[in-house]
Design a protein around this ligand. Sequence first.
Ligand code: ATP
Length: 215
Amino acid sequence: MTVTTAISLRHARVRYGPLEALHGVSLTAPGPGLTVLLGRNGAGRTTVLRALAGTVPLSGGAVVWDGADVTRVPAYERARRGLCLVPERRAVFGTLTVRENLELAAPDFTYALDAYPPLEPLLPRRADTLSGGEQRMLALSRALLARARVVLADEPAQGMSPAVAARTYQLLSGLDACVVVAEQRLPPGLRGAAALVYELRRGSLVFSGEAAELT
Ligand code: ATP
């Protein structure tokens, strides 16, 4: 079954106190497929993911998911409807073991071990003893197990070896979901790919198009 879903920002504004981090951003992430948010540090990529997930309120504009205005739908309710945010930090339960982290997402987690075989020997370890890259694998496995319709991942391949990073993009690209990733640069595996790319600079969009168009 193919999941057809789309999530959008319409003229979205987000403020952190006196600072406006998004100055009226409009973008659409169609699914199934991969949408990449690019930008330097502080450009607003993380804030776009938070706005889509509902973990920051908008000060203007709207979030539209499958044609419905969800701007005032709280984050937990968006999660219940199939939206999964994988933040850059604190994306796993540090005091629980890897096995417990996976079991919380799905009692049968064999799919996660097929996706990321390096997790298998780590099952008894406390999650906060893993390396950064291993924690990313665990966090993404939890998202894969949740069978989300919308997956929002902040720098998913950070801290991973090039081979595991490539595997991660292969997994994300193959998901039957709308997948939005935030990255500083276009991941090598996506050059020339059909992914949709938006580039942010200081809270505004400066590019939108196919990854293949980026030079
Ligand atoms: P980074 O990778 O550095 O997080 P980014 O493109 O994801 O870059 P955002 O994290 O969205 O950028 O930040 C956009 C702007 O909002 C920056 O100026 C940042 O300092 C500010 N900002 C982000 N989060 C907060 C917060 N919780 N409180 C105050 N300001 C914030």
